[in-house]
Design a protein around this ligand. Structure first.
Ligand code: M6R
Length: 633
């Protein structure tokens, strides 16, 4: 979850480290620190809080980075988030930063105490520095060899990046589980980090370390070593097609708002990328893909994911069942991995993950790989661990998502799942003699290309939708609690709407299937409570309206979201948020297939949470206690 960076090269080391840490801050941000050479010694600067806290400490440290430096932004696991526990940790001449968890830390702690030594921090990370120190002082190992041997003594998913005071210009990294990526170019020198984003400012080809890899970085080269054998290995470069300018806010006050607005473009990018690759001769065409071939041959799919990605998966289940007749389970990876799931040999297992690094999702894929069941994934990050561990990968084209709360990556995942459902459904429908199913698939496909336009209309500042969102947020910001309810395709969106509000506004919110309300949660309703009813004109509309009436009868405040020309609901609720589409076009044909409503509802709810969060003054992009990439269980 933490962010690690290391640099050795021509540029001012403090600038490179600070800029890189800011790019990584979304991974964790409770404390931070850097270590760099100054006057022949390694100085460590660290502080509780965000990167801005250490910036002033480095104001007069602008020398070239030829002797190297490392940095860290932390999401606390062992030990409170304070300066003492912040990384880097220094023991003797060794200084290091760590991401992950050392599971056998008690054993190492005992060893350290048995030698009459006391760690300065409460972290498991500092203990690794002791191990390296012992290897060098007692076993007379070289620095690189000491890091290698120490690495073989720890268990759990970890990455470590280390320097030694007597070896300026040398940085050593090791990876097991927690990601580590390196780049080198003649002008820049060598750099490594927890993900590719900070490297994109300097290079567009990166090298991913595999589990059990070591890297030795010097100004003029990087070398990869198999940590188990100590032998040199090669790790080919991967070209990254995100440019660094996509990592900036582009004038928006927050990344999250920028990313909400970017969705029209990212949806179009994903559509275009897929259909350009396929030639799009038929609706929902895909370029040949082994994962899709496997799906075509099976009638059963298990999807695993966490958080927002699980909500997208749940929606995928609805689409895949309806369009493709596939039997789909959408499961929380953290539960699935410790159950005894019954999997069939001919089925497919799919992981859905924005980051491609989520520990639980990754663990399921690795377990299922051992059972010889085809695995695949949908992810936003090329070269990520989940992409590499899955037997095949499909990519969303959301670009880098910096706000911790997922927005555009969610719509990207939804879109990819819908495209899959459409493609598999089309293949079945082609043989359907009635042509009915094919008609719906063709229509959904056509209207999909209109979604970005509708979405821009919804989100545009001053639009009826955006104005209604703001007014509803203003009026309900101090509610005692929020329920989000919906049926069918709107149910996973209700779950996601509630998660967004909790994440960024720290407000109590729950998502429910609207039909579930009367089975318990309705007891909570009172005038101080707000219920957000997702009521687009779809096959569940009348039932949702009945649920809305039940809420109204209990006196709760109601925000309803529906089609712009809905006559009924605006009369029944306190605040009506119009989707920017009518139920029917002027010629009487329906405006948009109901399967596409989630692409408007989700961003509207994202905007609602954003408005409430900014009214409350929370840290929208880096909400408390969260990290974007959850690489520990
Ligand atoms: O990177 P992933 O999609 O695997 O992450 C899964 C969840 O951790 C993530 O969706 C989380 O729920 C976000 N904070 C949602 O905004």
């Amino acid at each position: 979850m933490c962010g690690i960076i290391g640099y050795v090269g021509e540029r001012p080391v403090s600038d490179v480290l600070l800029k890189g840490l800011k790019r990584l801050e979304y991974r964790g941000y409770d404390s931070s620190g850097v270590a760099m050479f100054h006057g022949g010694k390694i100085e460590v600067h660290k502080a509780a809080g965000k990167i801005t806290e250490i910036e002033p400490l480095l104001a007069d440290r602008k020398q070239k980075g030829l002797e190297g430096g490392i940095g860290h932004t932390r999401w606390a696991t062992h030990g409170a988030p304070n300066t003492k526990n912040a990384h880097p940790h220094k023991v003797g001449d060794i200084v290091l930063v760590h991401n992950g968890i050392i599971e056998n830390y008690r054993e190492i702690q005992k060893l350290v105490h048995s030698k009459g030594l006391t760690p300065k921090s409460e972290t498991d990370s500092e203990l690794f520095a002791f191990l390296v120190h012992f290897e060098m002082t007692e076993e007379k190992c070289s620095f690189v060899e000491a890091v290698r041997k120490s690495f073989l003594k720890i268990t759990g998913a970890s990455s470590v990046v280390a320097m030694h005071e007597q070896h300026p210009g040398l940085i050593v990294g090791v990876r097991n589980g927690s990601p580590l990526v390196a780049a080198w170019n003649p002008e820049l020198g060598a750099m490594l980090a927890s993900d590719a984003q900070p490297l994109l400012d300097y290079a567009n080809t990166v090298h991913y370390l595999e589990n059990g890899d070591m890297i030795v970085c010097e100004r003029n080269k990087i070398e990869f070593i198999d940590a188990h054998s100590g032998l040199k290995i090669s790790r080919p470069g991967v070209k990254i097609d995100w440019s660094a300018d996509r990592l900036d806010k582009n004038g928006y006050p927050h990344y999250m708002l920028k990313e909400i607005h970017e969705q029209s473009r990212t949806i179009l990018d994903t559509l275009n990328a897929n259909f350009a690759a396929s030639g799009a001769h038929l609706p929902f065409d895909f370029a040949p893909h082994p994962g899709i071939d496997n799906l075509s041959r099976t009638d059963r799919l298990s999807i695993v994911a966490c958080g927002t990605s699980w909500h997208a998966s749940l929606l995928g289940k609805y689409w895949l069942e309806k369009f493709a007749g596939l039997s789909v389970e959408a499961e929380l990876a953290s539960e699935f991995r410790y159950r005894s799931p019954v999997l069939k040999k001919n089925q497919v297992l799919m992981g859905v993950s924005q980051s491609g690094e989520t520990a639980d999702t990754l663990a399921v894929i690795q377990d299922v790989n051992k059972r010889e069941i085809p695995t695949m994934c949908i992810t936003n990050v090329k070269g990520s661990t989940i992409a590499r561990e899955s037997k095949s990968a499909l990519y969303t084209y959301a670009g880098p998502e910096i706000g911790v709360a997922s927005t555009k990556a969610f719509t990207g995942q939804m879109l990819m799942l819908l495209l899959l459902a459409g493609k598999l459904g089309r293949d079945v429908a082609v043989n359907d003699s009635t042509g009915k199913a094919m008609g719906e698939i063709e229509r959904t496909y056509r209207e999909l290309f209109e979604v970005p336009h509708h979405l821009s209309n919804a989100l545009m500042e001053g639009s009826p939708t955006a104005k209604a969102v703001k007014a509803a947020a203003l009026a309900t910001q101090n509610s005692k609690g929020f329920f989000f309810i919906g049926r069918g395709y709107s149910f996973p969106i209700a779950l996601e709407g509630a998660l967004k509000l909790k994440e960024i506004a720290y407000v109590h919110a729950e998502g429910y299937a609207a039909g579930e309300l009367k089975h318990g949660p309705i007891a909570m309703l009172e005038p101080d409570f707000t219920v957000i009813v997702l009521a687009p004109h779809d096959m569940w509309y009348e039932k949702t309206v009945s649920n809305l009436q039940e809420v109204k009868a209990r006196g709760a405040r109601i925000i309803a979201i529906g089609h712009a020309d809905d006559k009924q609901i605006p009369q029944m609720c306190d605040h009506f948020i119009p989707m920017p589409i009518k139920t029917k076009k002027d010629d009487g044909t329906p405006t948009m297939s109901e399967a596409l409503n989630p692409f408007l509802l989700a961003p509207i709810l994202q905007l609602f949470s954003y408005e409430i969060a900014t009214m409350k003054g929370t840290d929208v992009d880096q909400p408390r206690n969260l990290a974007k990439s959850v690489t520990v269980e």
